[in-house]
Design a protein around this ligand. Sequence first.
Ligand code: ASP
Length: 429
Amino acid sequence: MKKDNHWKIMIALGLGAAVGIIANISVAGNDGAKEMLNTLIDTIAHPVGQIFLRLLFIVVVPLVFASLASGVAGLGDLSKLGKIGGRTLIFFLVTSALSAVVGITLLEVVRPGDGFDPAAREVLMSSYATQTKEIAAKTGTVVATGALAVVNQILDMFIPRNITKAITEMQMIPLIVFSLLLGAALTKIAADKRDAMVRWLDAWTEAMITIVGFAMKLAPAAVFCLIFGVTARFGLDLLQKVGMYVFLILFGYAIVLFIFYPILLKLLTKRNPIEFLRSASPIMVTAFSLSSSSGTLPTTIRVSETALGIHPKIASFVLPLGATMNMNGTALFEGAAVLFIAQVFGIELSLLQQILVVALCVISAVGVAGVPGASLPLLMIVMAQVGVPPDGLAIILGVDRILDMGRTVINVMGDVVCAAYINEVEENV
Ligand code: ASP
């Protein structure tokens, strides 16, 4: 992305937030004006933001397929793939667990939910009851009972029976598995056929990246609209009630982004963390505006390869996998949210239960799709496992969007840091 476009996007982000907050404050208490603002958002801000979002989403499936298959075919030696895959998964698990610990520790030390006004709790529970029910309805699709059902669900999650169905539903893990298999198979067939196929896949990758370039032209206007829509509708009035919860989670994100990731970069790579974060800023702005790791993926791949110098073979393997499986921000948020809601209900979680929360957060973060608000149904399941009423989600729902934007930045940057690490240790790919 050209530097000036990058600045335009940053300015759009700030302006969109400012105008949105002003609009939010100025319609407070005036239902007619509120309705007009909502119509403005629905008819103008929403479509402009959606065009951008969809142009990015539209390339995700072909981009992951083509770049991953070609990348694996290019590795030549499949034992290399096993080594890279093993390191990547360990990195994902360790960083997610540590992030969940950050979230839980912050909430346990400050305990912002203690002494929460029961009347305020009831108001929130009833105001967000319908939305909470809608989210609860989605949990049915992710929990299975009985050993066979659980085993089948895990199989379905990883190995597609029908790849086209997985693709139409944008299930990334089956798509990744299929692309890996294709790449692996290509290393075993005659060189002339393999080379022809790899050239074809590479052309696809390049073309998809070019479409992302088209989309980026729209980015300043779209980012303004997306952020305006969020801040104008944000439950600013709720901030008084759950402000400390929001602050602590944002503080946790900052710890991960500005302390934890730089330490990892210093220890595991030869990179300068400040330079790294600066070069990765287009990725962060996109993740923040879209609240979607999958939607950000094309930008993540492009910026990682061009501005961060990550080898395309590494980027095309680690980043799609990370966008689906590695969600450090989500793990942090889930841990913190479970504790906060437990505190509001006066439920004490023992150390053992807190350790269980960390484990559940890590597992559920793997299952969360990289789209806005995807972690909420899984969060309800985690809450139920440790005896916190899942309906309590209503308490935090009104402020979740802003936290979602933040956690998506942390999620995506975790993938990029992992790619930088793998790039370092696998120099001669
Ligand atoms: N929006 C997040 C992402 O795409 C997922 C979530 O935590 O809801 O990374």
